[in-house]
Design a protein around this ligand. Structure first.
Ligand code: ATR
Length: 280
């Protein structure tokens, strides 16, 4: 918990990092909770990650988030990685313990599932097949979350088939890897489709996915949040599907981080969302 003579410190380590919206919403929460402290963007070159992490304790940081390109490397550098981060294969949040040791976890899975439940309370994991596009770190968090929530069938499609197969092998259970050519047909009867690739993000081309086979009852979700509405989401919305952008995942993954750093679970409110949306 906050101590009156302590200035709370946390941040996000990335390279590049200045596009990150994390400082904005973490500092909003610090103000809301009347806490003296700050959350800073930390531009850390890959070769400086180990040194930067070791500096957290002497500097008095409660912890940090780690983002591109550090999520996998950080796993090797912290003192302990919890079972969830190990399963996902990436660390998104680091907690500095009182003895200076570093504990790594992954809150992306929580962020995605919590956003889904918050924005689409009617959503049920066992409502029908899920389709996940992409097989990077984002995909692993989403697949893990959907499986844990009880999805009975997860059709995983990725441009590089072997990466999808690798996830299917590691996670087992409901995950089935499908070839990239099968992605359009994979939407047949799907209750949810999630884009976890970088396609559709500002500067990248749109996701190449024909939605014809997606039932109108299907939910289309994107983990991209810049822009707020990717072409994939716009097309889904126009044909009558419910949609969810990536902002809710970003905001919600911050909640367990705060709980671990400061002992408080902050709220993702409409006011907070609107404030961040204005900057995108
Ligand atoms: P992250 O950890 O952020 O998810 P990543 O590991 O680089 O990032 O994964 C990016 C995902 O976007 C991968 O699934 C990637 O497909 P490959 O495994 O074939 O590389 C996918 N991706 C990137 N560019 C793509 C493109 N032009 N078309 C289709 N998928 C693409």
């Amino acid at each position: 918990m906050a101590h009156p003579d302590r200035f709370l410190l946390a941040g996000v380590m990335g390279w590049p990092v200045m596009h990150s919206r994390s400082p904005m919403f973490h500092n909003y929460w610090l103000r809301k909770h009347n806490l003296a402290g700050t959350y800073v963007p930390l531009a850390i070159r890959p070769e400086h990650l180990a040194g930067a992490l070791r500096g957290l304790h002497p500097l008095g940081f409660a912890g940090v988030n780690v983002t591109i390109p550090h999520k996998q490397e950080a796993m090797k550098l912290v003192d302990e990685v919890d079972a969830l981060a190990k399963a996902i294969g990436a660390v998104s949040c680091i907690v500095v313990r009182p003895d200076g040791s570093l504990a790594g976890t992954n809150n992306d899975c929580y962020g995605f599932i919590h956003a889904l439940k918050q924005e689409h309370p009617e959503w049920r994991a066992d409502a029908g097949p899920a389709v996940v596009v992409g097989a990077g770190g984002g995909s692993r968090a989403v697949c893990y979350g959907l499986a844990r929530e009880g999805a009975k069938e997860i059709r995983l499609v990725n441009r590089t088939f072997s990466r999808a197969q690798q996830i299917a092998r590691e996670f087992g259970g409901p995950i089935r890897a499908l070839a990239w050519e099968e992605r359009h047909d994979a939407l047949e009867g799907a209750a949810i489709v999630v884009n976890t690739t970088s396609q559709g993000m500002v500067g990248n081309s749109a996701l190449d996915l024909k939605l014809d086979r997606l039932p109108i009852s299907g939910l289309a979700a994107d983990i991209v949040y810049i822009p707020l509405e990717t072409r994939f989401l716009a097309e889904a919305r126009k044909r009558g599907n419910r949609t969810m952008n990536g902002l809710g995942m970003l905001l919600n993954q911050g909640r367990p981080a705060w709980k671990a750093w400061f002992g408080i679970e902050p709220e993702v409110t409409a006011e907070l969302r609107a404030m961040i949306e204005k900057t995108i």
